[in-house]
Design a binder for this molecule. Structure first.
Ligand SMILES: [Fe+2]
Length: 235
């Protein structure tokens, strides 16, 4: 990770991030050997996928950080990599912290494996006292799925700018979750897509009421009750 980060022009990436209302896309970020390790991790967690279907909003599979800790520790290490955190802080223009241990979104894998798997338009809303940043890393992409997005939706007097990208294995998207309106378009027949999400925050504190709301949402929409409310996850 250190060598790869050293090659990046972080200043121009930071300018792009600011110009695009706290969003940046890089088609080639991870070193090939890191991407290869992520692909191996996918195989290791596949038995632990939790499928969800919320009509009109999302359909797909996910594996929370609790399962990843046990089944794919490489991902947990990558999440904590000081070199990675350093480059993300340069992009964000502020200090970042890891998400607290009880947040199942801190790092999670998302599986698009059945036709129609998608997630509708949304923000990655922060329930924390500060900002919440999302890093999306492409792991597997044998699909026509796209990340559609809209920039500047919450900025007064700034025109909304729509965009759309595919995130190839090793590619990156990084954004402020409350600023980027986005979706993943539906998977077609005989396609497969796996992406990895890392979440970083500027303040780990959260009011207990918001923690409860956030947990209930995760249980319904993502990981299932057992993964969210059991700290270690269950088999
Ligand atoms: Fe999202």
């Amino acid at each position: 990770m250190d060598a790869r980060v050293g090659q990046l022009d972080t200043q121009s990436l930071r300018s792009e991030f600011v110009r695009q209302g706290a969003f940046v896309y890089l088609s080639d970020f991870l070193a090939p050997e890191v991407t290869a390790q992520l692909v191996s991790s996918v195989a290791a967690v596949e038995p632990a996928i939790n499928r969800n279907y919320l009509p009109g909003h999302k359909q797909g599979g996910s594996v929370s950080r609790h399962r990843i800790d046990r089944l794919a520790p490489f991902i947990a290490e990558l999440y904590r990599s000081p070199a990675l955190l350093g480059v993300l802080e340069q992009l964000a223009g502020e200090r970042l912290q890891l998400s607290p241990p009880n947040d199942p979104h801190a790092y999670a894998l998302y599986f698009y494996t059945r036709p129609g798997d998608h997630i509708g338009w949304h923000y990655d809303t922060s329930y924390y006292a500060g900002r919440r940043y999302t890093l999306l890393l492409g792991v597997l992409d044998e699909s026509s799925c796209r990340l559609d997005y809209e920039l500047h939706t919450r900025e007064d007097g700034v025109p909304v700018v729509p965009g759309s990208v595919q995130i190839p294995p090793g590619g990156l998207v990084f954004f402020d979750g409350d600023k980027l309106r986005h979706r993943i378009t539906p998977l077609a027949e005989n396609e497969k897509r796996v992406s990895l999400t890392f979440e970083y925050v500027t303040d780990q504190s959260m009011h207990p009421w918001w923690r409860l709301i956030s947990n209930l949402k995760d249980a319904v929409a993502y990981f299932g009750l057992r993964q969210v409310f059991s700290r270690k996850g269950t088999p």
